[in-house]
Write a protein that binds this ligand. Sequence first.
Ligand code: FES
Ligand code: FES
Length: 165
Amino acid sequence: MSEHRIALTVNGRQHRALVESRLTLADYLRGDAGCTGVHVGCEHGVCGACTVIVDGLAVRACLMLAVQADGCTLTTVEGMAASDGTLHPVQQALKDCHGLQCGFCTPGIIMTLAALTADRTPDAAQMTAALSGHICRCTGYQGIRRAVRQLADAPKVPHELEPPA
Ligand code: FES
Ligand code: FES
């Protein structure tokens, strides 16, 4: 199995690693970078639990290889809250609206909504459509939909991502 040197930025920190070509980005982030908030469910792109932001786009980390992230800037759920503990607006909305129970699906949902609201102001229908690829086995989705409506009703400013330095 061939190995490759990669360098990437995760939540504002530089990472360098020697990785096997077959290593998924999800396994790299969880195992090497310590980002265990990247949850792995289906491992084939269906459930959305592993979603992270790569160069501004929401990406399923189980479908991307670590070597493909060489040179990229990533944000995982660990990089969402401010250093003083203030939650990102998406996190706050899910908290306010009881949009999670076991929390397994939650990091992926947060990352998809965070990517969507980082540079635009989507309405509730657009956010709901973006979440169509996320499976939650606990909530019945109603709390998540309330959180989406809260976000849609919030002041129309993009929630720019600012990973910790
Ligand atoms: S674990 Fe990646 S989409 Fe399900
Ligand atoms: S809160 Fe448990 S899977 Fe969504």
